[in-house]
Design a protein around this ligand. Structure first.
Ligand code: TYD
Length: 210
């Protein structure tokens, strides 16, 4: 008798939205509750996808085309699904993933302007087999996020992209949330971290993910 397939939960939001804090709180909570789970992140999570991540986030690769960037994210995603997500889901574990296809829709389709059709087509294989059961979108504008963070990291190619870019990322996320209301749950990121977390747990319980 095999385990029931585990649930697949993704977290999304603009850079600096407080996603990492929430993931840390959730990790502590799941461990304390004895829930079988894994935490993973995109891009990365294994040897090959971590190597792709290094190319993507390296400040020296500024001449990378937008299409190349989008394809590398999609390539890293497939490897990550095979290496980490599939085995955990098959073992009945809860999978918590920091970013997924919605990041490519927000950053590459909307902010870079490649369009949804292109991003959906290169991510079709991932989405067909691995649609998240629930996506938590931590809803915080980039203005609010950057005010908290006090300036971008100089070595991070993506954070150098500037405020206009990050505003488009945010607008992209709002469109994704409107397009997939059954799957994407928006949580107000302006609340105190513990209040955001209480809401995250409520949402996941209500949707039978916990
Ligand atoms: P990371 O340092 O992990 O950011 P964060 O901690 O905010 O998640 O860097 C991931 C960066 O990659 C982040 O700026 C978003 C970007 N990204 C894309 O542009 N497209 C994608 O498909 C994914 C997964 C991430």
């Amino acid at each position: 008798m095999g385990n029931a397939r585990g649930k697949f939960i993704t977290f999304e939001g603009c850079d600096g939205c407080g996603k990492s804090t929430q993931l840390k709180l959730l990790s502590e909570y799941l461990t304390a509750q004895g829930v079988a789970h894994i935490f993973t992140r995109e891009p990365g999570g294994g040897k090959i996808s971590e190597a792709i991540r290094e190319i993507l986030l390296n400040g020296k690769n500024a001449e990378m085309t937008d299409e190349c960037e989008a394809l590398l994210y999609a390539a890293a995603r497939m490897q990550h699904l095979a290496d980490r997500v599939e085995p955990a889901l098959a073992a009945g574990k809860l999978v918590i993933c920091d970013r997924y296809v919605d990041s490519s829709l927000a950053y590459q389709a909307h902010a870079r302007g490649l369009g949804e059709a292109f991003i959906e087509s290169i991510n079709a294989a991932a989405l067909q087999k691995y649609a998240p059961d629930t996506t938590i979108f931590i809803d915080l504008t980039p203005e609010a996020a950057f005010a908290r963070k006090k300036g971008a990291d100089e070595n991070d190619r993506l954070e150098q992209a500037g405020t206009a870019f990050h505003k488009r990322v945010y607008e992209g996320y709002k469109k994704v949330a409107e397009k997939y209301p059954e799957r994407v749950v928006c949580v107000n990121g302006e609340q105190a971290p513990e209040d955001i977390f209480a809401e995250v747990v409520r949402v996941l319980k209500k949707r039978n993910c916990l």
